[in-house]
Design a protein around this ligand. Sequence first.
Ligand code: NCD
Length: 311
Amino acid sequence: MNRHLLSAGDLSREDALKILDTAEQMATVGDREVKKLPTLRGRTVVNLFYEDSTRTRTSFEVAAKRLSADVINFSAKGSSVSKGESLKDTALTLHAMGADAVVIRHAASGAPHRLTQWLDAVVVNAGDGTHEHPTQALLDAFTMRQRLGRDLDGAKVAIVGDILHSRVARSNVQLLHTLGAHVTLVAPPTLLPRDMQTWPAQVSYDLDAALGDVDVCMMLRVQAERMTASYFPTVREYSRRYGLDGRRLALMPKEAIVMHPGPMVRGMEIAGEVADSSRATIVEQVRNGVSVRMAVLYLLLTQDSTGQGTA
Ligand code: NCD
C-alpha cells in the first residue's frame, strides 16, 4: 500500500479489500463496552481542516481515539491561518510538533499532495476541493458490501447529481471500478465534467430510465458553494428532473439501496420520505465511516517504508 492515502486511484484491488476487511474487524470494537484498542498509543494524529465539516472531522477524531492515538484538532478558523499563514508554514509547525499522521481537508485540489512534500508524516486526504475524498468512497463501498451482502463485482451503481463539483463522485468512480462494479453517472449535461470520456463510467441524462436497473442509487448534493455560474434553471426544475422522491424510489428494484454522503438538502436532491425510508443507508454510512477510518489509520501507521504491515 502507498505510504499516504491521497486518491482512491492509488489503491489496488488488494489494498482496497484489505482496508474493507480490516474495517469489518474494527467495527466489532464499536460494539464493545470499552470501545478502544491500544494499537496507536503514543502516536499523534492531526486533523487539519480548512473547510467546514461535520461528519468527516468527527469521524476521523473518533477513529483515531478508538485506536488510542493522541488527536489534535486544528481548524483554520481560530488558528494563524486566519492571520495569513501559508499551508507550508502550518505544515512545518506540525512537523516540528512530531505529527505521525495528518488528515487534511482543503478547498484546493492537490493540497494533500503538496503536504507530503513538506512533512514526513502519513497524509490522509479528507477531501480536497473538487478532486478526491477517498475515505468516503471506502466507507461507501463498505456500506454497499454490507447491505447487498456480497462483494461488488458486477454491482450496478448510479451516482446522481452534481458530478462536476463532487470529490465524492470522483473517488467513488475509481474505487468502484477497481472493485469491479459498473457505474452510471446521471446528471444534467452542465453538471458533468468535460473529461467524462476518460472516466470508467457510463453517462445518462434520464434518471427514471437509469433507476430500473440498479443495485445502488447514490445521490449527491448540489455544491452551490463551488459554483461560479448558473448550472440549472431553478431548484424546482432540478428537483423535478434529478431529485429522488417516493415515485422514483418505486422504480428501483426492491432490494436496491439509496445512499447519500451528507450533508443532504431534503426536498432538493432527495425527498424527506426517501431519506428516512428503510432503503436509505445514510446513518449506516456515518457509522461505517468510523470503522473504515480506523482501518486506514491503522494500516498506514503500522506499515514500514516498503508498504508491509509491521503490527
Ligand atoms: C461531502 C464532501 O464534503 O465532499 N460530504 C462528506 O464528506 N460527507 C459531500 C458534500 O459536501 O456534499
